[in-house]
Design a protein around this ligand. Structure first.
Ligand code: G3I
Length: 303
């Protein structure tokens, strides 16, 4: 196969990208995105601040632009993200306790309801675990509403759209030896044991000098999968763009049947949240395929 999506499809997987609605008028961008990818995540447009700028007033204009572009081009969509400490609108930042808990529930119902039946998987809760060695929850206004906020979010999302896979998504949970990875692993195990509805874990996989790719990544993917959830690589980028590391990441996913797909966090280096200088993606600023692109394509074709 000679595109990333077609190559991934050979093993029943997808290959996706984050799309920014503001770039949909850029023809180089849309040409590459349409040709190479079959799963789309809105980079910012389905987040809390975008979809509920005022309490109870939902705005899906930008989210729908990304959604419609994807579906009109035959692609599926991952939803990102419903409950997160970051990119909360001001009104939500100022809430606490029971009213914040209710606002979270209302938000999930509003957004998941709008896209009911249309989303492959939702990142229901994003980045709820702390960095460092605690292995515990991140302090946030949501966490302070009570430790059960994550399972409440998942139960709410399940009821609002029984057909969407429900994922927990985080960064720095790629390295199996890190406390944060173990913290999330223990939560997922607990959820599966108690019947809290969770279907997948999203490994964001933003690799850089401080959180480099480690060969135990495959163990991480296998270990989560063994709990009975799918694993998706949801926001892949690699600072410096090492072709070898990209191939390692792809091969580790391909080695685990329940690793169902890979999404890179942007199309060209110039589209990356890290800036073009990070050289973290698969296409350069002119839209040319990089060595990392060929390495990913080869890995997918050799599966
Ligand atoms: O659109 C406004 C523009 O109108 C304004 O003039 C400009 C000035 O700051 O800001 C623009 O919004 C920015 C937005 O990206 C769109 O470019 C925000 O400031 C900026 O904060 C926002 O950054 C996003 C970031 O999440 C916010 O947390 C990045 O694009 C996005 O790539 C990044 O994605 C996150 C995932 O959601 C979760 N995992 C980590 C990942 C990388 O940080």
């Amino acid at each position: 196969a000679n595109t990333l999506a077609a190559a991934a499809q050979q093993s029943g997987r997808y290959f996706g990208t984050a799309i920014a609605s503001g770039r949909l008028g850029d023809q180089t961008y849309t040409t590459i995105a349409n040709r190479e990818f079959d799963m789309i995540t809105a980079e910012n447009e389905m987040k809390i601040d975008a979809t509920e700028p005022n309490r109870g007033q939902f705005n899906f204009s930008a989210g729908d632009r990304v959604y419609n572009w994807a579906v009109q081009n035959g692609k599926r969509v991952r939803g990102h993200t419903l409950a997160w400490h970051s990119q909360q609108p001001g009104w939500m930042q100022s809430l606490s306790g029971g009213s914040l808990r209710q606002a979270m529930i209302d938000h999930i119902n509003g957004v998941v309801g709008h896209y009911r039946g249309k989303i492959y998987a939702w990142d229901v809760v994003n980045e709820a675990y702390a960095d460092g060695n605690s292995g515990g929850r991140r302090d946030s206004n949501l966490q302070r509403t009570g430790n059960d906020w994550i399972e409440v979010a998942f139960r709410t999302a399940r009821a609002a759209d029984p057909s969407a896979k429900l994922c927990y998504n985080d960064y720095n949970i790629d390295n199996w030896s890190w406390a944060k990875t173990q913290g999330v692993y223990n939560m997922v195990r607990d959820f599966k044991q108690r019947g809290v509805p969770i279907d997948c874990v999203g490994l964001q996989s933003h690799f850089n000098g401080n959180s480099p790719y480690n060969s135990n990544y495959r163990t991480t993917i296998q270990s989560f999968a063994a709990l009975g959830v799918d694993v998706q690589i949801t926001e892949l980028d690699i600072q410096g763009g090492s072709a070898t590391t990209y191939a390692n990441v792809v091969n580790d996913c391909l080695a685990v049947p329940r690793c169902t797909g890979i999404t890179v966090w942007g199309v060209r280096d110039s589209d990356s949240w890290l800036g073009a200088g990070a050289s973290a993606l698969l296409f350069d600023g002119n839209g040319n395929k990089k060595a990392a692109y060929n390495s990913v394509l080869n890995a997918l074709n050799n599966a």
